[in-house]
Structure formats: structure tokens, C-alpha cells
Design a protein around this ligand. Sequence first.
Ligand code: ARG
Length: 572
Amino acid sequence: MKNFKQIIASIIAKATNIKEQELTDYIEKPKDTKNGDYAFPCFRLAKELKKAPPVIANEIKEKIEKDIEQAKEIDKVEIAGGYLNFYINKETLVTEVLNEIAKSEEYGKSDIGNGKNIVIDYSAPNIAKPFHIGHLRSTVIGGALYKIYKILGYNVIGINHLGDYGTQFGKLIEGYKLWGNEYDIEKDPINELTKIYIRINNLCKEDENVLNACRDNFKKLENGDKYCTELWEKFRNLSLQEFKKVYDLLESKFDSWNGEAFYSDKMPEVIEILEKTGKLQESQGAKIINLEEQGIDTPCIIEKSNGSTTYATRDLAAILYRSRKYDFDKALYVTSYEQILHFKQIFEVAKLLGLKEKYIKGLEHVSFGMVLLPTGKMSTREGNVIKLQDLLNEAIQRAKEIIEQKNPNLENKEEIAKQVGIGAVIFNDLANSRVKDEIFDWDTILNFQGETGPYIQYTYVRTKSVLKKAGYIPKEKDIKPDKLVDEYSLQILKLIYDFQEILIQVTEKNEPSILSRYLIELAKAYSSFYNENRIICEDKQLQDARIYLTYAAGKVLKSGANLLGINMPNEM
Ligand code: ARG
């Protein structure tokens, strides 16, 4: 597609001797289209040129007027204070967008990421513990980023860094040894293992000997003891079976399931490297890295006093491993903001591992806020856990009830209820900037008229039913561009034009909500167009144009929603 911004920048570049790229970065999109489609803020050059912005605007305008006249992409340029406002040629916009829609199978696809490797560490639930709502957010945010990087041409590696290691396994093994036969862990693994865990934990608090036995089990596990390893594998497999039920509902995929345990034999190297730097200190029998000079008060514990390794050491080994194996340009970690300190620490300590600058720069914690119920915090502690599988099934159930009310004769109700229910939960997770805490309220997330997943699906279904009613999709080359230059059509076309830029912005900030907001805008723009215009009408050319625009809007809504992990029903 023609790049309007770049065309404007190159014209200004000729007149000012300032680099095109720099100018491109300065060009803005005015909120109100009265001020043009693109605007150049001349104050950006005021310092360099030592002139007032309106003076600069006048001078540039004079110099570029001829070029603007000749450029068929741009109709005119006007001065407004210190701004140059550019008005693009509407028919060129229409032609460009429709053409791109017609020729691209996957709208938005690009190769700008070619040759770059992005590692995304997400989901990462803990074995033998419930898959909770925080893991859901991680799974959904990480999954959306995965797809968006991918469509932009990056080589993406999705890693599920399972919590399958650590001292808690010593406890579980001990609990199982004592009472294994009382619990049916095959039937209901997570619940039963959680019960064992709570019970052994309580016993540990009373009995020092039991606690020591647990610690011993973990040491044995680290040393490859057969009995302990077999039990550990059993717990892991059973837990994974349950997690997969959630992944099936969400259609989550991972390229690697290397969890914490995978790094058990890779930690000695980390400790060795750290030892050589002379920064590894003894503190009450433990080995730590002091980070006070780096402005972090809490030291990073590398080895506990009993010789066991830590969550942090495993993450350091993972950084080393991933840099070698994937040569990453970015390594993203999607977890709640509760782990901000952890990642600050390990990113600091990683600087001591002798890695290339590129890897250190690529490390990024993509943190997100809590999920709150309208009544307060959704606790992940014992007793008040909301099981994710139950939550997703409830979403499907509720969606089904709504469909039952609105459209009782719909075929395929089960499948559609699944798409709507899951879509609602996913969209809610991505609707607002990720660092914000999220409120989980059933009525809000399933509201077909709100800023929700179901609203986007509903709008998409509307485009489908328009196309069905029309009975045909016209050929793109037969569309007369002048039929789509009204305010409502243009609004849709401009949004469609922006799609790829939106995807790029998502990757720049690792913020999928930029795409969610965009899809709401697009759905709203289509709704206004639909309400204001007759699509099936007397003027055949106008009808063709509007049907085609409907098709285009539907196509982009679907691509965008799919990138977020939301499936689109054809009817609802
Ligand atoms: N298992 C951890 C948790 O549930 C998340 C792991 C995130 N990834 C990492 N490399 N530390 O909190």
C-alpha cells in the first residue's frame, strides 16, 4: 500500500534537507479530520532552524506547493498556526485499501520482522497447583503477542516455563509417601495434590523432622534419585493433562514445554560464571548477589543455605540457554507485576553472565495487573481459588443462556456459545492497558452492546448477514472509488488502512490492548456506517461499493480478533 506519511515526509525532506525518517517520526494524525489527515508540527524544527513555527510552516508550504500539486496522493496542504495540515486524496485511499484487501490472504501480514527472533515466556502454571486466573492473563497476553509478532514476520518461540521444580516437590513427595493411598490423584490430580500439599505443609510446621525429610527429598530429586524422579514425573504428567484442558479451550500452543526442571543440570555453569566474577557472596550460608549498587535493596539468592537452587538461578540458566539456542532479539516474560522485583534482579545479575549486549537489551518483563472481582481481590491462596476450567465453562454456559434467549433457533449453539464465552473472557483480559488491574464482572464482559468481545463478534456477524442478504461479493476492480468518499465509509477505510501500523505499535509496547481498542473503533465505525447508510439500494454501483466495504470491514475484524485469540462465529 502507498505510505501516505512517507510520501509527505519525502516532500518535506526535499524542501528542508532534513532526513525523511526523522520527518516521518514527527508526522501526526490529527484527531479532528477538519485539520487534515496528517499534520506536520513545525515546532519540531524550531530549534534547529532558529525560527518560530508559523514562520517555518509558511516557508515550507511555499517550497512544497508545486510538489503537492503534482502528487496525486495528496489534495492540498494548509497552514494552521505552527502546523502544516495535509489532506490526502480520498479516492486514492479507497483504491489503495480495497486493492490491498483483495490481494492479501492474511490482511496485515508483513515481513518487517524477518530475521529476528522473539522468545515469549508465558502461561507457566505450577505443577500440582491450580491454574489460576493470573496464569490465564499470562496465557492470553502472551498468546496474542505471539500471533502478532508472527504475522509481522518475526520468528517467534513460545515457551511454557512450567513451575515443575523447587522445594515444594520435596514436600509433595513426602506427603505422597505418607498418605498417597488415601487420595485419588489420577482422577482429580490438581485438587488431590493440593490437599496433600496443604496437609504436609501443616505437618512441616509442627514437625521439624518432616520438614527435613522434605528438604532431603528435593535434594534427592536434584541428584536424580529414581523413586523421587518417578513420582515427580507422575505429578507433572497428571498436572499437564489437566492444564491441557484449559489450553484446548483457549487453543493455546507452545513451541517448548521446557519448565524449570529442564535447567537443573544447567545451573552449575551459572554458579561457576558468577563465582568467577567475584560478586557471589556468602551470606548466612547462602550464596547471594548483592544488588544495592544497582539500586535494588533485596539481594538475589543464587543458592540457599542447604545447597538448593532457586527460582532465580533457574531463570538465569534459562537466559543463558535461550541466548545460545534461539539467539533472541527480544526475550519477553509475561507475568503479573508481583514479579517485578524478581525480573529486575535476574536482569541485573544476567549482566554478569558475560552475554552479548544484544541479549541483555532484549530482556523485558511484560507485566500485568491483578484480576479483581467486583467484590474485591480474587485470591489465589488456599480456600478462595477460582478454578480456571470452571470459570471458562461458566463463560460458555452463560453465553449459551444469552443465545438461547436472543436466538433460540440458531444451529450449532454449542460451538457458538464456546466462541462467544471464551471470546468474552479473552477480550476482557486484553481490553485495557495490561498494567491496569482488571475487573472481572460477568454482566460487563458478556454485554453484546458494550466494548466487549461479543460486541466485535456481533458486528462481524452483521457483516456476514449483509453479505448473505446481498447474495454476492462484487469484484474489487469493479468498485467505483468515488462511491466511498462519504464520512462513514472513509472512517472505516482509514481504520483499515492503519491496521498494520497498529500491529507494529503492539509489538513496540508489547501491548495487545492497542489492537483491542482498535477493533472496538472499527466495530463502532462499521455500526455507524450500517445505521447511516442503506447498503442494498437503487444505485447498483453504490450498492457494490458498500457491499465490498462490508466485506473488507468483516475481513479485518476477523483477522484482528483471531490475532487476539478470539474465534469469530458466522452467526450468533
Ligand atoms: N511459574 C511462575 C508463576 O506461576 C511463572 C514463571 C514465569 N516465567 C519465568 N521464566 N520466570 O508465577
